[in-house]
Design a protein around this ligand. Structure first.
Ligand SMILES: Cc1ncc(COP(=O)(O)O)c(C=O)c1O
Length: 431
């Protein structure tokens, strides 16, 4: 993979931050966008903008055709049998909320059980908690092993006739763990449960095939997959979408509205109330073209190489003082490197790295139950992607060495010349 060539497609990588070249290592939060995606959205607004599914005039028909072509493009990306199974939403969060709300209105009842996992992003926990609060469903969680793998034997405990939904992430946004989705889906189906897959962190890195994965619903976000913000996808099995009520009401999703009754259109229209993000959908199509143009194998090899380098540098420079959470073999995981550095708070680490132009994320990563599981308040996360180089990984670790020495200086007992260690720490953090 020619990374230097790829970088030329991402204009933002040419800017500086804190007076240094930008080293963007936060792609699990949002990826950067190639020029073809920026141009696709711009072209839509410059040349095609009109509301879709409404006008009889040529421009609106053109916009509608482009929007529906984007839906077909997403269906190809997911190897979905029918574009009608693709619902455009804002992102993974909205997609999972849609499923939870809709199932909660008709198919899930008090006492039914939903099984999630401890490694989920909040967007795959909170909507189900809300259903627990408001509809009385039971909510249970499959645990996580010390090495970051899902404790799949926990499913033995929960997979019975009471469990109606099994929901899980494909790839952990903290641990990089890749879950054995097909195996879990088969077990869930044998127990009569539906399977919801959060593919927010897999769609950017792995080829997806909804039939092979054996899931009933799949959600992903455009903005993590080289596309724009505000567009994402819920894919659902056609028969299920047809039997589910809409979660949101308004224009476009109805067949008839009277003062005493309403009827809905078929899916996916039924789930797309109001004016959709047409430009975003079209640009997402361009993003998927770009991503698939790279080649999954090449991308995977590149990311494994970056991870290997990171693991080697961590060992070489910090030994046991730096702990990377999740599976220990780069081949067994995706490139999400969450770590703790002895004696350094993740926010301090991220702030100091920022002053070197290195963008990493610090915090609970919207996975508080997982932080509790590992008894850490927060972690620092570096998440490289196709445009990152091995040299940038080296610079990350150069930065971490500096962070480590700055912070160990701060931790020294206050000397006479430095009466207030906390003030000194604050000053250093602002440098
Ligand atoms: C695994 C996972 N699920 C869901 C989400 C939520 O995605 P969005 O904020 O795009 O809705 C994220 C975002 O970080 C994620 O990493």
């Amino acid at each position: 993979m020619d990374v230097a060539r790829i970088r030329e497609d991402f204009p933002i990588l040419y800017r500086t931050t804190a007076g240094r070249p930008l080293i963007y290592l936060d792609s699990a939060a949002t990826s950067q966008k190639p020029r073809s995606v920026l141009e696709a959205e711009e072209h839509y607004y410059e040349q095609t903008n009109a509301n879709v599914h409404r006008g009889v005039y040529a421009l609106s028909v053109e916009a509608t055709d482009a929007y529906e072509a984007a839906r077909a493009r997403v269906a190809r990306f997911l190897h979905a049998p029918d574009p009608a199974g693709v619902v455009f939403v804002r992102g993974t969060t909205e997609a999972i909320n849609l499923v939870a709300t809709s199932l909660g209105r008709k198919l899930l009842h008090r006492g039914d059980r939903v099984v999630s996992t401890v490694m989920e992003h909040h967007s795959n926990i909170v909507p189900w908690h809300m259903l627990r609060e408001y509809s009385g469903i039971d909510l249970e969680f499959v645990g996580v092993e010390d090495d970051g793998r899902l404790r799949t034997e926990d499913y033995d405990r929960w997979l019975d006739a009471k469990t109606k939904v099994v929901t899980l992430t494909h790839v952990s946004n903290v641990l990089g763990t890749v879950n054995p989705v097909r195996e879990i889906a088969d077990r869930a189906h044998a127990a009569g449960a539906l399977v919801v897959l959060d593919a927010a962190q897999s769609a950017p890195h792995l080829p997806l095939d909804v039939t092979r994965l054996g899931v009933d619903f799949l959600a992903f976000s455009g903005h993590k997959t080289l596309g724009p913000m505000g567009i994402g996808v819920l894919w659902g099995r056609a028969d299920l979408l047809d039997s589910m009520p809409p979660s949101m009401g308004g224009g476009e999703m109805i067949r008839d509205v009277h003062l005493d009754r309403i009827s809905y259109r078929e899916s996916p229209a039924k789930f797309e109330a109001g004016t959709p993000n047409v430009g975003g959908a079209i640009a997402l199509g361009a993003a998927l073209d770009y991503l698939e143009g790279i080649g999954w194998e090449e991308l995977g090899d590149h990311e494994t190489r970056l991870q290997r380098r990171a693991f080697a540098l961590a060992e070489e420079r910090f030994g046991e003082h730096l702990r990377i959470f999740g599976p220990t073999r780069p081949e067994d995981r995706q490139a999400v490197l969450s770590f703790s550095l002895d004696g350094a708070h993740p926010h301090d680490v991220a702030s100091l790295l920022d002053s070197r132009g290195v963008c990493v994320r610090a915090g609970h990563h919207c996975a508080q139950p997982l932080m509790e599981r590992f008894r850490v308040p927060a972690l620092t996360r570096a998440s490289p992607y196709l445009y990152n180089t091995e040299e940038e990984i080296v610079q990350l670790f150069d930065g971490l060495e500096e962070v480590s020495s700055v912070l160990s200086g701060i931790r020294r007992p206050p000397a006479a010349s430095c009466p207030d260690a906390e003030l000194e720490r604050t000053r250093l953090l602002r440098m």
